[in-house]
Design a protein around this ligand. Structure first.
Ligand code: BTN
Length: 255
């Protein structure tokens, strides 16, 4: 029997502001009875939220925007970045199945040729040191062809194949379930190994920006708290947290 199942119940809505907001609200109302792995899905998300207080824009009926409610992972706060890594690896594996060569940009953006194809927004609730609930929000561009930002892409733009959204969702949920089982079994080394393998700039020189400074560095390690450890040209090592440093991407290369 599966120790952990994702998407046994999928609540589908014609339209929602944000699937994360809906899932958070649902979790608040029915904390005790909320089914682990329940998915909230809409083909028309009108007020999607991204990281760094950004919006997540998604054209109606084109893409997957959904949130997974997790309340049985039993991870501690210091282990929570493994959840983020696992979901990023699952998205990469899903795209691999579609023959799309994606990479992960720290902490958890999914890019193809430097263009963003998917994003992850995980919102955790804590009970002391334990993550009692995680809402894992995922937006992945599937059939959308035109984007406001030239730095975005979709499965269609990469393959010229249109996908049935419901089947794509099921396939993606399978990939996610496989990785979440590893989280629940605390197979953190395996998750980190795959994450680092797919991570842009791991042991490879890239350009970064921090504190108005541009510099070259290699990712030397990712710490369990999610911090990135960069090795600078002079071999010194520096740790950065999310929002403290950003990778400078060259879009010409990606075209
Ligand atoms: C990012 O900034 O890269 C994260 C984007 C996350 C978007 C998804 S779409 C489904 C879920 N609901 C939201 O409001 N946001 C997430």
């Amino acid at each position: 029997m599966n120790i952990f199942s994702i998407g046994n119940t999928i609540l589908e809505f014609e339209e929602l502001g944000s699937t994360n907001d809906y899932a958070l609200e649902l979790a608040k109302k029915s904390e005790k009875t909320l089914e682990n792995g329940l998915v909230v899905f809409t083909k028309n998300q009108t007020n999607g939220r991204g990281q760094r207080e950004n919006n997540w824009l998604s054209e109606k009926d084109c893409n997957l925007t959904f949130s997974i409610c997790l309340n049985q992972l039993s991870i501690t706060v210091s282990e929570s970045f493994y959840l983020s890594m696992a979901v990023a690896v699952a998205l990469k594996n899903f795209l691999n199945e579609l023959k799309i060569d994606a990479q992960i940009k720290w902490p958890n953006d999914i890019l193809v040729n430097n263009k963003k194809i998917a994003g992850i927004l995980i919102e955790n609730s804590l009970k002391g040191n334990i993550v009692s609930q995680s809402i894992v929000g995922i937006g992945i561009n599937i059939n959308q062809q035109h984007f406001e930002h030239l730095t975005a892409t979709s499965v269609y733009n990469e393959t010229q194949n249109k996908l049935d959204l419901k089947s794509a969702l099921k396939q993606l949920l399978n990939c996610i379930e496989k990785e979440l089982i590893k989280v629940s079994l605390k197979k953190y080394d395996l998750i980190k190994r795959d994450y680092l393998q797919y991570l842009i700039g791991f042991k490879k020189t890239q350009t970064y920006q921090a504190n108005n400074e541009i510099f070259e560095a290699k990712i030397n390690d990712i710490k369990s708290d999610g911090a990135i450890e960069l090795e600078l040209n002079d071999k010194s090592k520096k740790k950065f947290y999310f929002k403290e440093v950003s990778l400078v991407l060259n879009y010409e290369q990606g075209n």
